[in-house]
Design a binder for this molecule. Structure first.
Ligand code: ADP
Length: 508
């Protein structure tokens, strides 16, 4: 079986860019420090590549150590003199809402830049990424006015002799490092709680996808944030990112990316005992019980893996379907995969785009080949899609006849590849679902409410979805068990991650 759309040839030529995008791409590569666009200390740049065509379409700065130091110094000064944390919470909230309004008004611009830079369809970026980014800022803006300590009665001291309480204080200068799969959304998910808490920021987008973070800088200046509160630098992870992580004037690191780099960052941050939150990889199970409506669950399972071409940390990359319905589920996923056939990111008909880079394309195809070598059978897709004009298109792929020893079953592929397995009972599938070093998300499809709750409690992951997948809401904490991360983002816990707690004990 192959995706049905492959029967007809798809034109994967990238479409023309808007004048606004062309103008943005033609800008001189610069960094955003102290609310100003500044030159790098050296002339090094990184290419901006459009993965829909493989063409180089612009340049951004590859920040030097001196650039990083300059950005950190700006954030440090802005934090230490209280120009942001010292504002009334209402004033902080108002500026954040202004940023959200500006971003919302520019949805189309941001969606196009994201499509050009990352390869995701412009329609998806406009419907998912930009509104998601806006809601992160709006939700956290409200928290600026709800950060409270508490009065606590001491345990060993009689009442009235002392007055003691806790204060919640911003943690300080935050280095925030984000990945390439949801560049704008991740950037806003990171800056929003830090801003609400009163922290200052140096943000670095991934080297593959810097455009929307740079465009966001324009809006940050326009919204009225004091200088130095948000600084945005572009550059390589192993140089600029590493410098941020090790910098003595940085108080907290917030990172989203691979488990491998997350572990490295955690080790590097220890020398100066920085606060660290890490949102890392996953290999999320999707469990389909025999009582489901397959016409609903199978497209749900397809969307769980093929949305964003599988480049999602919570992608449902391990499908477990009950033995009695396994073949029908695979048939249903195969049919639904046609919807996710990759097209150029500015094609209005696209629901999925190319992978972000040649490196990722090679990596994903390498996994598919390894799966085949190890004995897996290809039920759907199984390789690259035709793209004579260039670009990194991989067809939605379903592998069956797999076993738990295969790399395709154990490792995060970060592409449109799902491995499908059969199961017989609840305990067996719970055990198999947990047989991974990751624990980020899980999907359960059943009409039986008892089964839903039982399985939700058995699966070790930061989020469990019932009869849906990858529904992310800014009010709900998000993070990982096991090697999928440390700490939680979003919700009340998301703001707590940017606060210190101080106890004050006063003898009366
Ligand atoms: P992926 O595997 O998804 O490409 P990475 O974990 O390599 O993701 O990268 C995610 C982010 O981490 C990017 O912004 C990248 O620049 C940054 N990064 C990579 N290596 C380091 C490092 N050694 N120190 C700090 N940041 C890094």
């Amino acid at each position: 079986m192959t995706p049905m759309n492959e029967v007809t040839t798809i034109n994967r030529e990238q479409r023309a860019y808007s004048d606004a995008a062309k103008k943005f791409l033609a800008r001189k590569p610069q960094l955003f420090i102290n609310n100003e666009w500044v030159d790098s200390s050296h002339g090094a740049t990184l290419d901006v590549e459009d993965p829909s065509s493989g063409k180089i379409v612009g340049q951004v700065v590859d920040a030097s150590d001196r650039d990083v130091d300059r950005a950190v110094a700006a954030a440090r000064a802005a934090f230490d003199d209280g120009r942001w944390s010292g504002l009334a919470p209402m004033a902080r909230e108002k500026i954040m809402h202004r940023l959200a309004d500006l971003l919302e008004a520019a949805t189309d611009d941001f969606a196009e830049l994201e499509a050009i830079d990352n390869g995701k369809p412009k329609g998806m970026a406009g419907a998912v990424d930009v509104p998601g980014a806006v809601s992160q800022i709006r939700f956290m803006a409200g928290w600026a006015s709800k950060i409270n300590g508490e009065v606590i009665q001491p345990y060993t001291i009689p009442d009235g002799a002392f007055f003691s309480y806790t204060r919640k204080e911003p943690v300080g200068v935050c280095a925030q490092i984000v990945p390439w799969n949801f560049p704008l959304l991740m950037a806003c998910l990171k800056i929003a709680p830090a801003l609400a808490a009163g922290c200052t920021i140096v943000l670095k987008p991934a080297e593959q996808t810097s455009l929307t973070a740079l465009r966001l800088a324009d809006l940050i200046a326009e919204a009225g944030f004091p200088a130095g509160v948000v600084n945005i630098i572009t550059g390589n992870g192993h140089t600029a990112g590493d410098r941020m992580v090790k910098h003595p004037d940085v108080d907290k690191i917030a990172f989203t990316g691979s488990t491998e780099i997350g572990k490295l960052i955690n080790r590097n941050a220890t020398a100066t005992m920085k606060h660290v939150t890490l949102e890392l990889g996953g290999k999320s199970p999707v469990v389909i019980m025999p009582d489901v409506d397959i016409a609903v669950a199978a497209p749900g399972a397809a969307g769980a893996i093929f949305f964003n071409s599988g480049q999602v940390c919570i992608a449902g990359s391990r499908l477990f379907a009950h033995r009695s319905i396994f073949d029908q589920v695979i048939e249903g996923v195969a049919e639904a995969s046609a919807f996710w056939t990759p097209r150029a990111s500015l094609d209005p008909e696209a629901h999925a785009g190319p992978l972000v880079s040649k490196e990722q394309f090679d990596r994903v195809l390498g996994y598919i080949e390894a799966g085949k070598r190890d004995g897996a059978s290809v039920a759907v897709g199984g390789g690259a899609a035709e793209a004579p004009g260039g670009g990194y298109y991989v067809n939605p792929t379903v592998l069956v006849d797999v076993n738990p020893q295969m790399s395709v079953v154990r490792e995060e592929i970060f592409g449109p590849v799902v491995v499908a397995q059969r199961f017989d009972d609840l305990d067996e599938v719970a055990k198999a679902a947990n047989d991974t070093c990751f624990g980020l998300g899980a999907g359960i499809w059943t009409k039986d409410v008892g089964t839903m709750h039982k399985l939700a409690s058995k699966i070790k992951s930061g989020t469990v979805w019932g009869n849906c997948h990858a529904v992310i809401d800014t009010a709900l904490p998000f993070g990982g068990y096991k090697e999928s991360g440390i700490g939680r983002e979003q919700g009340r816990q998301g703001i707590e991650a940017y606060l210190e707690t101080k106890s004050v004990i006063i003898q009366l």
